[in-house]
Ligand binder design. Sequence first.
Ligand SMILES: Nc1nc2c(ncn2[C@@H]2O[C@H](COP(=O)(O)OP(=O)(O)OP(=O)(O)O)[C@@H](O)[C@H]2O)c(=O)[nH]1
Length: 294
Amino acid sequence: MRSGMVSVIGRPNVGKSSLVNALVGQKVSIVSHKPQTTRHRIQGVLHDERGQVVFVDTPGLHRKETRALNRVMNQAAAGAIHDMDLVLFVVELGRWTEEDAAVLQRLEGLPVPVGLVVNKIDRIDDKEKLLPELQKLAARRDFAFIVPLSALKKSNLKGLVDELFSRLPEGDPLYPEDMVTGNDLGFTVAEVVREKLIRTLHQELPYSTTVEIEDYKREGNLDRIHAVIWVEREGQKKIVIGEAGETLKAIGSSARRDLERMLGRKIFLKLWCKIRENWSDDPKMLKRFGLTPD
Ligand SMILES: Nc1nc2c(ncn2[C@@H]2O[C@H](COP(=O)(O)OP(=O)(O)OP(=O)(O)O)[C@@H](O)[C@H]2O)c(=O)[nH]1
């Protein structure tokens, strides 16, 4: 069996979500709202007799955001991408822009194989035109493989899946077989809280901050959630809590409002800020936060 994590990156609109949905076989996103703030957003899990491929979106490598937000996320993205077994760089056939070039530039020197997916091939009727386009793209970098396909028409998806399984490391599945998406409610809540932290604190937010859901109870139309914001130092805790607890309160109410809108239920959200020294170097803690696959 083979299994691994594959990061799907590319500029907006090239068809990344469509591709993952087509590969995984069903709609995987549980919410329409997409805060691009986590290190790994698991987009979908593909199961097959050969093993398992976990597709993740690495935010920050391809989103246009405000500068502060971008900086925080790019750091996260740069760290996250090193954990991947493979990167899929998705582009649109016949449409290469500066944004594509910027994404490609971020991948320079990356010690992870990068495969190129040339999407939307259904747009040309003359297949003769495909080859010169592929040759131009092939010259831009030494790609592990190049697969032209159409996510929309589901053509040549098999070509891509074969490439993936031939390159992923041997290993047991990372997730249970019945799991199609790694997003669960707790994950969504943690994501929204983290987004609010970034928006509220901007550059002041320590990179080593993470959010953990300690308890999630559903009581009829009410979800009762306890979440911890982990930081590494007392000074960071002061920043997160703010003068007389104002900052933490603002983060909590803003997250609660968003969650009530997204989930259509009443939310009781209790936030704490706790200190855990050097958690970001501690494999056990990383695992606990779902930041490593094993
Ligand atoms: N013709 C054609 N259109 C496609 C194909 N794949 C995706 N699209 C369309 O391209 C548009 C963007 O697709 P998405 O999957 O949302 O692209 P994305 O890269 O995830 O976009 P962001 O979420 O903005 O990063 C949608 O209108 C899709 O229907 C394809 O193979 N052929």
